[in-house]
Design a protein around this ligand. Sequence first.
Ligand code: ZN
Length: 752
Amino acid sequence: MALYRLYRESLSLLTDLYQLTMAYAHWKNGSHLKEAVFHASFRKNPFGGGYAIACGLSTVVDFISNFRFDESDIKYLQTLKGHDDSPLFEQGFLDYLASMRMSVDIDAVADGTVVFAHEPLIRVRGPIIQCQLLETALLTIFNFQTLIATKASRIREAAGEQSILEFGLRRAQGIDGGLTASLSAYIGGCDGTSNVLAGKLFGIPVSGTHAHSWVMSFDDELESFKAYARAMPNNCVFLVDTYDTIDGVRNAIEAAHWLKANGHKFLGIRLDSGDLAYLSIVARQMLDEAGFQDAAIIASNDLDEKIIDSLNAQNAKISVWGVGTKLVTAFDQPALGGVYKLSAIKNAAGNWDYKVKLSEQAVKISNPGIHQVRRFSNADGYVGDMIFDIEMPASKVPIIVDPLDMTRRKRIAGDAKYQDLLLPIFAGGRQIYDVPTIEASKQFVKAQLEKFHFTYKRLLNPHQYPVGLELSLHELKTDLILKERDPLLNRASKSITRTFQDSSNSSSKNVKQKNGEDPANAATQSADPPVLPENLSKSALLIVDAQKGFGHDGELPVPDGEKIVPVINQLMEIFPFVVASQDWHPADHISFAINHANKKIGDFLKTEFYDQPLFPMHCIENTRGAQFFDGLNTEKINEVFRKGMSPDVDSFSAFNDCTGAEATQLNTVLKKKGIENLFVTGLATNYCVKESALDAVKLGYKVFVVEDAIRGIDLPSNRVKSAIDLMKSKGIAFINSEEFLKTIGKMKSQKK
Ligand code: ZN
């Protein structure tokens, strides 16, 4: 209730005018009750640090519980005019506002929660008019409180177990700036404040003794200390730097002897200027020699986390830090930059339409959906946070994708414990959350920070704590962005449902034929290439992995990968039977580098049967990357064979997996059809095309690779060339589509 005790009237006009004009337009438009979801988040951890301390919920609860437009608010709004001098708002709308009561659902992180950029701090769901009317105040409250709580927490990190007092009121950004800073600084890690009103309103311990003016109002420093000691013997900290600091310490010791002789406790001295490292070391020695080992040395003077860190590194003997200006003004980052974005809205059919805001800067692209944050931990502490959509089914293996860099992904161990950070606060406008005491919130900060590795808490150049979008949310966001950017993509892509093979019987690893060595490499003599058949009645066209994941914007791009599409489309016209393979991996697939600790893309993983090359994540089942290229005439494909579906074995070939076991029914199907000649196209020449073609030779087919309908990955260079040389040495013919089509045309005309 602090907010309304302080301001004593309605705060519903604490908003930007455009919220009210939008609310009015929604009301006129009849769209004001559309159900919407908004999230508040920030885009960058403040102060160049690795985290932030969320703060503001207690004030938000206070604000929303008492939110209403009272008579004086309505009267004021009646006076606002448009440019034609007529009232800005119709009376009917103002009557609506006057009778409006909040009915939103609010979920938010508790005060003191350690949070990171991109994570939602608060989720507001309800009539869009209410969501908008709350925006500005929620951001005002969360942005500043989170900023100051974070600054205080950084100061706490620098000070360790030493006490921190907040003395910032006089330098704060106005009255509320001072009060709010005292509240947030206490939650973030300070032990007390000089701000008496904050003490009264929030219950923060207050502290203070005397200033230079007290000393200067006497002729003599010692006399001033003694006078203060006689007046307040139970609250004696002497400020020793009014004249000469060392003399000041000497005078303080003399006054301290008087206190001791009269049965009182001398609390300590305060240094407010000079070389704090040197002076504190000298003062400590003097105090100890005089028998005042318990006396504190309090330091003030433009302190912040960096100066405190440096003084501690110099072994300064300071036991209490008085921090003011740089804490309450959030030096050197004056604002948090939190935003509040619409992420979903219900359509007329009652379904959610997910919304994404586009921007040229990735950091400004909003996340669609209805979000929750899940924090995972193991015995060592917290390991990663996943932003997920509460309406989407949770994936079995949590994989998170960095919202700014889709190549940064992390798989969370299946046995990790977790907790969800957004807590239910209001349901239908009714408060269902007990706000913890500020003491509890402060303890909460401390307890959580202990579970984060110190590298995330480093003041300078911290490690980036893993935070990401749950994989399916990432895919959904990518799809939405692509659709928004390219209206042509709005055409629903044809889905391929004709799959033959199930992965369940594919992992029969008892076929140990390869034994770590590729028999293809053991070739002793070259075989002759086959000659083209007279007609294509016993021929099939095989399209290997012509998928978006291997396209220019795919996860594992093959240079010019899409260029095979028109060539294949032409070829499909003349073949009586067309088959395609489709890389179709579970998210925890063995071939993904991120699924292996201490491995990176390009490394190899030794397995019992073969060396598994490690790739970026690609062609994950049911995602965009696994879809066939746009423009590929998939209607001509008679059968699709999915491969790589087992998590623990890869499958390059469209026939067999990397252990040599039969992975698909492709051979069975081709044999049943009486196919003798196989024409191979697709991606990538030096992986799946090569392995498919080599397997086909072993299985007795005459194999023709269409050289302009394949592309390879040439890093390091010559891989493609040596793959082609190997295939040629195995009796595989390389043909060019144009010549081939001409030849077939000639054959047909000769027949006539
Ligand atoms: Zn693959």
